[in-house]
Design a protein around this ligand. Structure first.
Ligand code: SIN
Length: 185
């Protein structure tokens, strides 16, 4: 697959994988046949996506994760092989990730043994979308996480569930650790 976005009427392959780096790690919400630790090179996880639905509202947007291109960085996450109806899963994910995310297909390395690289679907915040905030001081991110709430719960819970999931998967991420040090006690 060498396309950036998958048109709605694209004929999908029989086997289809999604790479998760945020809430999809601890709460995929769809059925899968395989779940494997994996990584995406030259991308970095950042709390640079405003949330006006899941973890905030239009008056007081929260912050959720996106990926940004970053030469030399590695984002570790989870690769899922979708089980069953791929179209139905994509509709579910499109709705869930409606807050400024776009579908991209990127080469993801499944951690071995045996290791392999596969093209996978990744939801990434569109850097041209108004919900993409760009670089934000860690102190500001921490303050927003502490005070925001949305239809999926508190922003602080999103952060804590992320931190717990990364710990469980033995994934360390300096951006996430840096935020932890700035969260109010
Ligand atoms: C993801 O988890 O892969 C997408 C970002 C999110 O929903 O937190």
């Amino acid at each position: 697959m060498d396309y950036q976005t998958i048109p709605k009427n694209h004929r999908l392959p029989g086997e289809f994988w999604v790479f998760a780096y945020g809430s999809l790690i601890w709460n995929p919400g769809f059925k899968y046949t395989q779940r494997k630790k994996a990584c995406l090179r030259n991308w970095a996880r950042r709390f640079w996506q405003a949330s006006t639905d899941h973890r905030g509202n239009p008056e007081a947007p929260g912050r959720v994760l996106t990926l940004v291109p970053h030469e030399g960085a590695t984002c570790e996450g989870i690769a899922y092989q979708i089980h069953g109806n791929i179209e139905a899963t994509l509709s579910y994910l499109d709705h869930r990730e409606r807050g400024g995310y776009q579908r991209q297909v990127l080469p993801v390395e499944i951690t071995g043994p045996p290791g392999e690289t596969r093209d996978m679907l990744v939801y990434i915040g569109d850097s041209q979308h108004p919900l993409f905030t760009g670089p934000t001081p860690i102190g500001d991110i921490s303050r927003i996480l502490t005070r925001s709430h949305g239809e999926s719960g508190s922003n602080l819970d999103y952060y804590r569930e992320l931190a717990t999931a990364l710990h469980r998967e033995n994934i360390s991420d300096p951006h996430i650790t840096h935020i932890a040090r700035n969260l109010p006690a």
